[in-house]
Design a protein around this ligand. Structure first.
Ligand code: NAP
Length: 356
């Protein structure tokens, strides 16, 4: 059998490196190329260890390929794993759709800021869109025609057990300790404001085309999601929080070829759920109200990026992150007809968020 070729966009990052580990354990898959950013030392190591001939970075364009399109056009991989964060990740995900058969998507901004465009392009080019984010992968695995509601879980971040009145005193150091996942700085702060969960609700809205999305705080991270069916049945997705599992599924779907017999215990602590506190996580609740307003979703993402940067530089308090996001979104209105519109709204929102 011919091996399935995979390209990783963002190979030197957290998702990228875990994808490399997964591919090594899947004999039917081969890495045919990587895209990376500025970390040339790590990229060189990956290239050498995996004997890769084709690679691309927009920061070192004097290599074999002069653009991402040229690189993808030459390789035409079976699967593109999209794991470049931010706006660059959104644009590269959209570009990749034209040159592959499956987009395994980790980049949140692609669906949050350009969901309708990503889906439209996938339809046009007959490309499968498979989510990598653990909650969306979970729902994707248990979804069927009889779903009435979706439930995804949240850790509540580093502030889960802290009283709301004390939040404004928290420093970046306090926030950067995440109880379940070990991730980059922005996503760790986004877990504590639950802005990350608002992004995930937006992504779920695009992927599963429903407004009926509930979120519960679930400390152990062992239940990733559930679907509530018309006949009273609830299907729950249960497993350790390990990104390699959903990454592997995005590659091998509809089969399961990744071997990992490390299952969590059926103990009561692995099935604890709590309501999300409205006062503690205002940006999350605001985010849930703007699901069908793409311009506000773009503003939500842009303002969050600026506010998190400002918080990490200790220019603003932790609680002001949510304030900046909500104030920015309230200023932004209008239809989004093109990628240029997305870029324009993003720019205006960032400017606004910087000046609050
Ligand atoms: N980490 C997780 O557990 C997780 C879970 C679910 C979803 N996600 C989402 O997945 C995406 C990736 O997350 P991550 O944690 O893997 O991020 P990360 O560790 O920061 O890695 C980012 C990767 O993208 C590359 N990159 C950045 N800008 C680039 C550009 N303009 N062109 C080409 N490459 C560029 C980086 O290259 P250099 O390092 O070489 O500069 C690096 O390889 C994010 O959107 C995140 O929200 C992550």
């Amino acid at each position: 059998m011919e091996k399935k070729s995979v390209i990783i966009l963002g190979a030197t990052g957290s998702i990228g490196l875990q994808t490399l580990e997964v591919i090594k354990k899947l004999p039917d898959f081969e890495l045919s190329g990587i895209v990376f950013g500025k970390n040339l030392t790590l990229a060189r190591k990956i290239i050498k260890e995996n004997k890769i001939e084709n690679y691309y970075s927009p920061f070192y364009p004097n290599y074999k390929f002069s653009s991402l399109e040229e690189f993808l056009e030459n390789l035409k991989p079976n699967i593109v794993v999209s794991a470049i964060p931010g706006f660059d990740g959104m644009i590269s995900s959209l570009k990749a759709i034209k040159y592959t058969k499956r987009l395994a998507l980790a980049t949140k901004e692609a669906l949050v800021c350009a969901g309708p465009f990503v889906k439209q392009e996938c339809k046009k080019f007959n490309v499968e869109l498979i989510p990598i984010d653990s909650e969306h992968s979970a729902i994707f695995q248990i979804f069927d025609n009889f779903v009435e509601r979706i439930m995804i879980t949240a850790s509540g971040g580093a502030v889960r057990n802290i009283k709301t009145g004390k939040l404004s005193k928290l420093t970046p150091k306090d926030i950067l300790k995440h109880p379940v996942w070990n991730m980059g700085k922005r996503i760790t702060v986004d877990s504590s404001t639950m802005v990350n969960k608002a992004f995930e609700v937006m992504e779920a809205y695009e992927l599963f085309e429903t407004n009926n999305i509930d979120v519960y705080i679930h400390p152990t991270g062992t239940v990733h999601g559930a679907v509530l069916l018309k006949d009273g049945t609830v299907k729950i997705h249960f497993g350790f929080p390990d990104m390699k599992i959903p990454i592997a599924y995005s590659l091998t779907y509809p089969e399961r070829k990744y071997i990992n017999t490390n299952w969590p215990e059926f103990s009561s602590k692995n099935f604890e759920f709590y309501e999300v506190d409205k006062e503690k996580y205002p940006a999350f609740f605001y985010g849930k109200t703007i699901l069908n307003d793409l311009s506000k979703r773009i503003a939500f993402n842009a303002a969050d990026e600026i506010a998190v940067e400002r918080f990490l530089k200790e220019e603003i308090k932790f609680t002001q992150i949510s304030e900046i996001i909500i104030k920015t979104c309230e200023q932004i209105k209008g239809k989004v007809n093109s990628i240029d519109d997305i870029i324009e709204i993003d720019k205006i929102s960032r400017k606004y968020a910087k000046n609050i």
